[in-house]
Design a protein around this ligand. Structure first.
Ligand code: FAD
Length: 297
């Protein structure tokens, strides 16, 4: 990823933000408000998640193309193996290339039935992220990223399986990884050390989700198999009736996590914004990661 090399040469970590594709015109407006606000922070890249169904996949492609064409942000396009044949996947990649997108996060994707449903390959499609990495490397012209799981992928049996699969994806041509959100920095360090011990040099950018809503993060944590630290839950529950106080606790926890990860040598931080930039930008400001000028909320 070019922006990783640029940031490393400048002796600073990358900062990046993840969005999801809007469902309707109102959602589009919310997304673009967030896009315009984060432009002020001059992030190294942003990414747009890729949905499980045909309609949401098209919305992802459109949102990513629009960000590439109409904003100053550099999008990394998510792409999954779900619901597409190989020729259809090539078409999506072509649409990204035409919009000037130069970097793709290659994922297997969650099963259309949700993260806990059994995986099923689409007839004529691909079965694993590694096959999509190979397809993209074969087409050429893209830097390719992959997913990593500090708390383990729900289908993996052991932490060493997660590290082994990540090393395989790097050997297949991935040049960076972005992680699922997590709360214990030691888990990220263990994954990175295990991958490095296999002789693989792969920047693994930790994903951070600032908690602004306890119910929502509890649901996400259940789906992804990420343990929520008991002391964080206690602090959030103590102020549960006060949304501003909940957000303040979430921002403080995400700031501490970011500090510890950067101190441990993380190459950058990737923030799950849920299309709302306020908490994320507060965390970035606390960490000194805002490079431009932020407009008022
Ligand atoms: P894979 O790398 O294919 O792994 C899937 C499972 O198979 C894992 O358990 C892995 O250990 C196992 N496995 C893979 N290869 C081997 C092998 N050679 N030998 C043994 N076991 C193997 N989902 C979406 O639908 N859209 C998105 O936009 C999206 N964005 C994401 C962004 C990030 C940063 C992350 C971390 C996840 C994202 N996901 C997204 C979720 C992701 O698609 C799911 O977690 C999916 O279940 C696994 O994807 P993967 O790319 O890691 O798959």
């Amino acid at each position: 990823l070019e922006s990783l090399a640029v940031a490393a040469a400048e002796g600073r970590p990358t900062v990046s933000f993840e969005f999801f594709p809007p469902r309707d015109a109102a959602g589009e407006q919310v997304l673009w408000q967030a896009v315009r606000r984060v432009e002020g922070a001059r992030p190294d890249f942003v990414s747009v998640t890729y949905g499980a169904g045909g309609g949401t996949q098209e919305r992802t492609v459109r949102a990513t193309q629009r960000i590439a064409r109409e904003s100053s942000l550099s999008p990394v396009a998510h792409l999954t193996c779900v619901g597409r044949t190989v020729p259809q996947l090539r078409q999506v990649v072509g649409a990204y290339a035409d919009a000037g997108v130069r970097s793709v996060l290659a994922l297997r994707g969650d099963p259309p039935g949700g993260p806990t449903a059994p995986w099923q390959r689409t007839e004529g499609g691909l079965d694993r992220a590694i096959e999509l990495v190979e397809l993209l490397r074969g087409l050429g012209g893209f830097s390719v990223g992959v997913a990593a799981f500090p708390d383990g992928h729900p289908e993996s049996r052991t932490p060493s399986q997660d590290a082994r699969v990540l090393a395989l994806k790097a050997r297949a041509g991935a040049s960076f990884a972005v992680t699922q959100f997590f709360f214990d920095p030691a888990r990220w360090e263990r994954l990175v050390d295990t991958v490095a011990s296999q002789g693989v040099d792969l920047p693994v950018i930790p994903g951070i989700m600032p908690v602004t809503n306890l119910r929502q993060v509890t649901r996400f944590a259940e789906l992804s198999g990420t343990p929520l630290p008991g002391d964080l839950v206690d602090r959030l529950e103590a102020v549960a009736d006060d949304p501003a106080a909940v957000r303040a606790v979430g921002v403080e926890a995400a700031t501490r996590l970011g500090e510890r990860l950067l101190a441990a040598g993380a190459p950058g931080l990737h923030f799950y914004t849920l299309n709302s930039s306020t908490a994320t930008l507060e965390v970035c400001a606390n960490l000194g990661l805002v490079r431009g000028r932020l407009a008022r909320a």
